[in-house]
Design a protein around this ligand. Structure first.
Ligand code: GNR
Ligand code: NI
Length: 174
């Protein structure tokens, strides 16, 4: 297992549409293991493969409260089959948009079909934070970030600040 660097916005790689996985094999499981380790270390509650530069339709997640037993979840080739009419608002963050948190409204519930860690087909009926996090991660697979759901004014302000902190980081390294 290994930690992989997380890409932060603005970065064109985060806008790539990820491609479906052909089969769930040991190489893919090694990627999912790395992603989970990277997510725990960050720390975060979800991670899409594109955030570590791999444009495959793979997501890992763990919503267990800190200090309790881990509940790792793996989603390969997830498809949202149904979303509720009713919406829920959550304050979202993103490991690729560090230190910014904003309310986003999304369908409160969704049904998702996907392949699990062992490659078998699964169907999940999600609500609450699980539904929100799944939709946040599925957005990553389409090259979309939570800030794309905000007004252009807010999004551009966040991107400008992220760009600036990247410049400062580079200067500090030199
Ligand atoms: O760690 C994360 N927290 C979070 C909080 C509210 C809604 C979505 C998320 S996902 C985020 C990790 C991440 O960037 N996943 O792509
Ligand atoms: Ni994210």
């Amino acid at each position: 297992m290994a930690l992989r660097p997380i890409i932060t916005a603005p970065d064109s790689r985060l806008k790539v549409i990820s491609t479906p996985v052909e089969r769930v094999d040991d190489d893919l499981r090694a990627l999912m293991d790395d992603m989970l380790e990277t997510m725990y270390a960050a720390p975060g509650i979800g991670l899409a493969a594109i955030q570590v530069g791999v444009p495959k339709r793979v997501i890992v997640m763990d919503l267990a409260p800190e200090g309790e037993l881990p509940e790792p979840r793996y989603f390969v080739n997830p498809v949202i089959e149904w979303t509720s009419e009713d919406l829920a608002r959550y304050e979202e963050g993103c490991l690729s948009v560090p230190e910014f948190y904003e309310d986003v409204e999304r369908p409160a519930r969704c049904h998702v079909r996907y392949l699990g860690y062992d490659g078998t087909e699964q169907l999940l009926e999600a609500e609450g934070l699980l539904a929100t996090c799944l939709q946040h991660e599925m957005d990553h697979l389409e090259g979309v970030l939570f800030i794309d759901h905000l007004s252009r004014l807010k999004r551009d302000m966040i991107l400008r600040k992220l760009k600036k902190s990247k410049r400062h980081d580079a200067t500090a390294e030199a």
